[in-house]
Design a protein around this ligand. Structure first.
Ligand code: GLU
Length: 420
């Protein structure tokens, strides 16, 4: 079946990845379409009144990829480029990610085509609440659970939780994850994605026998995930020599002063105007020679043009879909770059979201140590499974991770049967 609704290059990229993995798995043709095509999607019109009195309408999306293993789970993205095809691809990746790390969820993703920085706090609150209001018939703690993604944060999740709770008449913390601690959020959730990325980078550096104290890292994207990954790597003794955001990048062979960069971003919202290194473009930043390169922003930044030129030992994909399929082919031939694929590398976020959901449902809360101990145990265990699968199927690490996740979803569908 050729989808008519999710037309976009990113959706095609996700479908090609699925097809490669399904072929490796020799998946029953009777299951393929059922496992691949998103179950349902919602597009909602979100009108809000701006502070100026003008009424503007934003388009919001949510794709729930499959509902065969539990509620759907995934972030909510506020970004001008958001569209249904992109959200569908991101929802598919969430499905494989959750299944890979053993969470009882299907994948989902949502978004609004908006630049959140162009709105006042008031306007952002109205838009967030309006989006949740429109989605109420389709979400719930046992149906679909949202979380932060690019352009959203704890405050947006708090408004979402409040809007839903007001609707049902009682407080429902488990409706979203990534909430503030005071509203049933989890210790460790804010830093979970970056922490997981750094933990896996460390683990693979050790496998490659590169001493942490001599290792360098470059991070593209200095939002929550990129910044937390940088901080965690620094804790491990790795030197961060390059960072960037939409305003451009910085290279400093003596090490980036993360504290100073974070203070600047806290004050000015971006790295623009910061003076902590030599200025480089985002394209140049990706080509800096380093041990760990971490794309932590948008999709498809490693493509056929730069895949042959990147100079890292480990490509740790903190972003979703940062490497195109064409780039994957080039990197597979190069053999000198170890890819920690997105659905594994950035899974720390949804793993701790799952912990948050469990804690909310049980009204009992864990310490940060407990959260991180459990997170790292899941990552270690998944890493062992991915490495075994890679040897077993004689395939790339991405194919190994995808095939593990996809196989679990296919098995769930097969076991449940086709109804009626
Ligand atoms: N947005 C994050 C992701 O892409 C986290 C999703 C979640 O915690 O549900 O994995």
């Amino acid at each position: 079946m050729e989808s008519t609704i999710y037309q976009s290059d990113i959706f095609k990229m996700a479908c090609t990845q699925f097809d490669l993995a399904a072929n490796l798995l020799e998946m029953d043709p009777r299951l393929r379409e059922r496992v691949k095509v998103p179950k349902r999607c919602m597009t909602v019109a979100c009108p809000i009144e701006l502070d100026s009195g003008e009424v503007v309408l934003f388009e919001g999306f949510r794709v729930q990829h499959h509902l065969s293993m539990g509620p759907t789970k995934g972030g909510l993205r506020f970004h001008p480029q958001v569209n249904l095809g992109e959200v569908a691809a991101l929802a598919m990746w969430m499905s494989w990610k959750c299944a890979l790390v053993g969470l009882p969820y299907g994948g989902a993703k949502g978004g609004i085509a908006v630049d959140p920085h162009s709105l006042s706090v008031n306007e952002l609150e109205h838009l967030s609440r309006r989006y949740m209001q429109e989605m109420i018939p389709f979400v719930g703690p046992n149906t679909d659970v949202m979380a932060p993604d690019m352009g959203t944060n704890e405050q947006v999740m708090a408004w979402m939780m409040d809007t839903y709770s007001n609707h049902v008449g009682n407080t429902v913390p488990a409706i979203v994850t990534g909430k503030p601690l005071g509203l049933g959020g989890s210790e460790g959730r804010k830093e979970a994605t970056g922490n997981g990325v750094a933990y896996l980078a460390k683990s693979y550096l050790q496998d490659l026998k590169i001493p942490l104290s001599q290792a360098t890292a470059v991070i593209q994207g200095f939002g929550n995930v990129g910044a937390e990954a940088a901080l965690a790597l620094e804790q491990y003794g790795v030197e961060i020599i390059g960072i960037s955001d939409v305003s451009g990048g910085f290279f400093n062979s003596k090490g980036i002063n993360l504290k100073s960069a974070l203070t600047h971003v806290g004050k000015h919202r971006s790295l623009a105007g910061w003076r902590g290194g030599d200025r480089v473009s985002n394209e140049e930043l990706l080509l800096i020679s380093c041990d760990v390169l971490i794309p932590a922003a948008l999709e498809r930044v490693i493509d056929e043009k730069n895949a042959g030129k990147i100079q890292c030992r480990i490509l740790a994909e903190a972003a979703n879909g940062p490497t195109t399929n064409a780039a994957d082919v080039i990197l597979a031939q190069r053999d000198d770059v170890l890819i920690v694929p997105d659905i594994f590398c950035n899974s720390g976020g949804v793993i701790v979201s799952y912990f948050e959901w469990v804690q909310d449902l049980q009204s009992t809360f864990w310490t940060r140590e407990e959260v991180l101990r459990r997170l790292h145990a899941i990552l270690d265990n998944t890493k062992a499974q991915v490495e075994t699968q890679k040897s077993k199927l004689n395939c790339t690490r991405r194919e190994a991770a995808l095939s593990l996740g996809i196989h679990r979803v296919a098995e769930a569908k097969r076991l449940r049967g086709l109804f009626p």
